[in-house]
Design a protein around this ligand. Sequence first.
Ligand SMILES: *[C@@H]1O[C@H](CO)[C@@H](O)[C@H](O)[C@H]1NC(C)=O
Ligand SMILES: *[C@@H]1O[C@H](CO)[C@@H](O)[C@H](O)[C@H]1NC(C)=O
Length: 394
Amino acid sequence: MAAAVRWVLVAAVAAAAVVALDNGVARTPPMGWLHWERFLCGTDCAAEPDRCVRYRDGMERGGGSRGPGAGRGALRCVAGLRPELQCPPALLPGPSERLFTEMADVMAAEGWKEAGYEFVCIDDCWMAPTRDERGRLQADPRRFPGGIRALADYVHSKGLKLGIYSDVGNSTCAGFPGSYGHYELDAQTFASWGVDLLKFDGCNAGSLGLLGFAYMQCSRVQGCSLSRAARIAGPSGVFLLLSQLVIGNFGLSWEQAVTQMAMWAIMAAPLFMSNDLRRMKPEAKWLLQNKEVIAINQDPLGKQGYRDKSFELWERPLSDRAYAVAVLNQQEIGGPRNFTFSLTFLGNGLACNPACSIQQILPTSRDWGVYNWVSSLSVEVNPTGTVLLRVVPL
Ligand SMILES: *[C@@H]1O[C@H](CO)[C@@H](O)[C@H](O)[C@H]1NC(C)=O
Ligand SMILES: *[C@@H]1O[C@H](CO)[C@@H](O)[C@H](O)[C@H]1NC(C)=O
């Protein structure tokens, strides 16, 4: 079963992976919505009582009838902790199931599902601070009164899939119970709830720092492989998360949004938005639902983009409005290769506007003559070699 694992390394520094748990091999990057970047855990309990979830630092389980929010299994605030972690009365911390049902409603109703976004994903902070008496993870009963199973049913009823979050280490990034030592049980639990996808995070993984290693270990443990759990066909596709698309949130310019969408497409990165779909500007929606970009992201060839690995183009402005231009061929094997580049953009568009003369300086002296703004130049560069040019505007 473990042979079905496929790694798509999107970024070496990525700390999390998404594991497609549903049937069939995930050949294209998964698409969906994930709550984290936009809604976080709610760490400022004073300002955002509805989203405060820092149980471990700011609270402890309260018994009996003491303190605010007391009751069976209730949490109470602990005095004397860091101010940002102190908790107001009437605590209702963390993301609640309403966030996910509302997001599923919008995804089904406003073209997101048609565009390919199929996963509604819960990130960190969904859990109760302790496992249940049988050692299973459990959702916070106040924020998810219907439980994850009911939420999965709701999401499925909208023609969408549900993703959930866990961590390979002893605790999640926000301090909730991690899956270390419970891989099999947790996979079974998620499967019994009808969960379709797991974001497997890499916090607190100790010496298992490498998520991949932890994942492989899990796959080797008898019965541990996520494939063995009921309804789960196999760890069919594993994608490292580049990051979440934050288009539609605060802080990105239009150009940055375009760049993010374009780069995610080039990199074949999972398209997980983390924004508020209930309040989207039309241009953000246009970008995120752009069929041509999504088609590139989802291209069945499954190859990641790359920069032209062989060549680097460097330029340096010189004193007399001239430019030095170096073309470096980084390839170490093979023979000389031609590198063709447009002169239009050289020197911020100034070097050859309207024309320029080009002198080759290295590896041999050569007069390339006069070129105009819209022409291009093709230079032959040896492996590991560089062609150095001097470009003088006319
Ligand atoms: C989790 O905790 C146990 C017990 O303290 C420890 O043996 C184990 O190495 C920890 N795992 C990680 C990944 O740090
Ligand atoms: C590079 O281009 C020149 C001119 O078109 C050509 O004569 C030469 O053979 C090419 N070199 C290589 C390695 O393709």
